[in-house]
Write a protein that binds this ligand. Sequence first.
Ligand code: NAP
Length: 518
Amino acid sequence: MAHQTRIAVPITAADPPLVEQVRAARAAGADLVELRADLIGDISAIEALLQHPPELPVIVTVRSADEGGAWCGTDAERIALLERLGLLRPGFVDVEYTTWIRSANIQQKVGLVGEAGAQLGPASRPRNRLILSHHDTRATPATLADVFDRLEATPAEVLKTVFTARDATDALRVLAELRPRAMRRCWIALAMGEAGMCSRVLAAKYGAFLTFASLQRGRESAAGQPTIAELRDLYRWEQIGPGTAVYGVVGWPVAHSLGPAVHNAALAAAGIDGVYLPWPVGPSFEDLAAFMETVSALPDLGLAGLSVTVPHKEHALRWLDARGMPISDVARTCGAVNTLTLREGTWQGDNTDVWGVRASLPDACGVGRRADVLGAGGVARAVIIALGGLGYRVTVFNRNGARAQRLAQELRCTWRAWDQRHLGDGDILVNCTSVGMWPATAESPFPAEALRPGMLVLDTVYRPVETELVRAARAAGCRVVPGIEMFLHQAAAQFEQWHGTAAPLDVMREAARAAEGP
Ligand code: NAP
């Protein structure tokens, strides 16, 4: 085992019976459960559970409303309940710092059931460990040290602070503050929200006391908690340690990305000590720059490679350029970086989308052939460069004609009006628009009656894998390349750059299909 960080499963409802939930948590690999008395409501069920030692140590929490809980009684009732449950020796009691600091009287009452340090607690007292916690349900403040310092000045055995992350930079700042402190005391420091995933997974890398993971979707006690299955199977929790290399995808949003499924499966298959995370980074250039600066100030994070997706491909190129960092010719021609690799302290930018297109096409040579490209955005650019490199003569069709004209002039191909697309005579048709993408899956960018048997159709849209265009093309007797193949080949090229070894493409394909569902 690479680390000592525990997994705590929050229990937020009395149904199914608490004893069954604790058993299920243990079977799923949890080390602790947290009984959220404020959410469970049924206090007699909690007492019944604690009367017989449960299968796992328990944290008892009665979270106040102003720190994100559901307690609607008074504070005096809350502390009284905590005392009552604490006397049943759950193992841990959690109290908000703002409550605890309020009076010596509260500290004394809490001290009866939660040992706050070596100097406290005669042997006759219940041996629960005290967790003092702080929750910011709105934001991650610009300065975090004050909050951490305040908690650290207390004698509690475990210190816990939770913020709400706007984007991954906030979550990284929480990790940066945790790192030195986790060597001195037992700390839990997490960022809530979708952007906080790195803080939950990398808690293990930084030696936090625990991370939270729900038993199943819908049973989370805070936004952004992974399920325990995700934590253990997708992110390979057990193997994460101080030396684990970190990768991921930056974009806004990235929740839909197949990157974590595909890259983590590949890392596991190749036996590489690495983890690949989603990094939602706000949409502006400044957001990406702030993220990159924060990462650069955290060398022991071990961030070694990033996939870059919308809207940051152009931003990444600009950021590298401003620092004189190397950018490959293909990325420069594309005007977009989709791969960042850290080598000897310097980020290098590349674009593997072009390779992804080439590698997914069955015909390596396009000399003497024609290609019709629908769309004139970022992917169209990579597709036209790839097709041009293979010798195809390309015609671009785009809804916004001026954009098609500009792109055609720049990449030296021809363009035609969008409403002429059915008149194209390409041997290959490539959809580079977002038409047909989930959730508008019934739409197709091309009239089915204009599809010709034998033509090759590549739909770059890959969510769903079987788009309406792919379905219609198969029905019309076309040869078909679904967009997932381009995605997998560009991801495989990233993998090879980062790890210097062949990508397990079949494993990645399997992982993408499983993540996508039937
Ligand atoms: P983009 O730069 O925003 O370009 C979007 C393109 O779609 C533009 O040409 C736009 O036309 C066109 N479009 C959008 N809605 C349309 C509509 N209702 N009718 C006609 N045209 C429409 O996006 P991008 O980065 O190129 O990505 C495009 C798609 O590629 C994505 O949706 C994604 O599914 C796919 N993709 C695939 C991969 C892969 O590896 N397979 C990788 C990245 C992206 P206008 O210029 O007229 O607005």
